[in-house]
Design a protein around this ligand. Structure first.
Ligand SMILES: [Zn+2]
Length: 238
């Protein structure tokens, strides 16, 4: 958001008005604070409309997955790449929640995710939570849950290793780096359920894959779907 956009947003909020969470322009509450121009400009993947799509193909290659998708391509437009960055590193958890509600509307309309029982955001390690102050994926999950009318599960799976950022690693080392970093603490809560795993952005997919593996190892009798807010245009899982 530009400086002018930030000022507009601050004044608008003080006056009880509404401004777009993305660009700072006008947006009423009916649109969850995302203006029409932004809604038309987002580079949507449309993967969520298809039972089979590139994101699902990648995860299905190693584990049974019900559905998988991402809302938009984050690498083709600086504005939309910035949305991920702002919600993750600049304390803008409300933006993560807003995007989650938007995505939740989209998923609800597809009907593909109707039988999801609970939403499980990829857990952050407690040390990272302390540093960042929040888990952006948890806010995306809360937005999804609001629109899809299901509960968010923040306790059944924990991150037990604070692995370094994967963006500095490549190839096989990314996979090795995320092995065994999650622990299922309450398998009984996941037994027989359809779990929707949520992350903010797909990079290698290795973190999500590690979480899926941990859940299936602890709870063989469950179904898993995966959604991320954004994905690179050329998505590859290594
Ligand atoms: Zn806007």
């Amino acid at each position: 958001m530009s400086i002018v956009g930030n000022i507009y947003h601050a004044i608008s909020t003080m006056l009880g008005g509404d401004s777009c969470m993305i660009c700072g322009g006008y947006a009423d509450s009916q649109t969850h604070h995302v203006c029409t121009r932004c809604r038309l400009s987002i580079p949507l993947t449309r993967y969520y409309l298809e039972e089979e799509n590139p994101v699902k193909d990648r995860f299905s290659s190693f584990a049974p997955i019900q559905h998988a998708s991402a809302l938009y391509f984050y690498d083709s437009d600086p504005l939309w790449r910035e949305v991920i960055h702002r919600s993750k590193y600049r304390g803008q958890w409300r933006l993560a929640y807003t995007m989650g509600r938007w995505y939740g509307e989209v998923l609800r309309d597809t009907r593909l995710y109707d039988d999801v029982d609970l939403i499980l955001p990829i857990p952050l390690h407690p040390i990272k939570i302390l540093k960042r102050g929040y888990n952006q994926s948890a806010y995306i999950a809360e937005g999804l849950a609001k629109e899809m009318d299901v509960k968010v599960d923040l306790r059944s799976v924990r991150r037990v290793e604070n692995n370094p950022s994967q963006t500095t690693k490549s190839g096989t080392s990314r996979w090795e780096n995320v092995e065994h970093i999650f622990r299922v603490c309450h398998p009984d809560r996941l037994q027989g359920r359809h779990i929707l795993i949520v992350d903010d952005v797909l990079t290698t997919g290795a973190t999500i894959a590690s979480c899926i593996t941990a859940i299936y190892n602890a709870v063989p009798d469950c179904k898993i779907s995966v959604v991320a807010l954004a994905t690179p245009g050329e998505y590859t899982l290594k």
